[in-house]
Design a protein around this ligand. Structure first.
Ligand SMILES: [Zn+2]
Length: 78
């Protein structure tokens, strides 16, 4: 019996925040987005359970941004 384990990225959930930021990359001022992406452990390429979550805060125009913590994410989506 052979088990194939792996990790893969789950579905991204994007939310627009009420926070307006200036983006130094594209020069636009807009309401920035946050995204939440699960990293799933998989068995035979089927996701079994999430092992990690990745949070980002980024510009909706050029999508440049930064990684944020879970606490920061929750504050931004309030
Ligand atoms: Zn930008």
């Amino acid at each position: 019996m052979i088990f194939i384990f792996g990790v893969n990225d789950g579905k991204v959930k994007e939310t627009q925040t009420n926070h307006t930021e200036y983006c130094s990359r594209c020069g636009n001022t807009a309401r920035w987005m946050v995204s939440k992406k699960p990293v799933n452990a998989s068995l035979f390429f089927i996701p079994v359970f999430p092992v990690n979550m990745k949070y980002r805060y980024y510009c909706p125009v050029c999508r440049d941004g930064r990684k944020i913590s879970k606490e920061k994410y929750e504050k931004l989506v309030e």
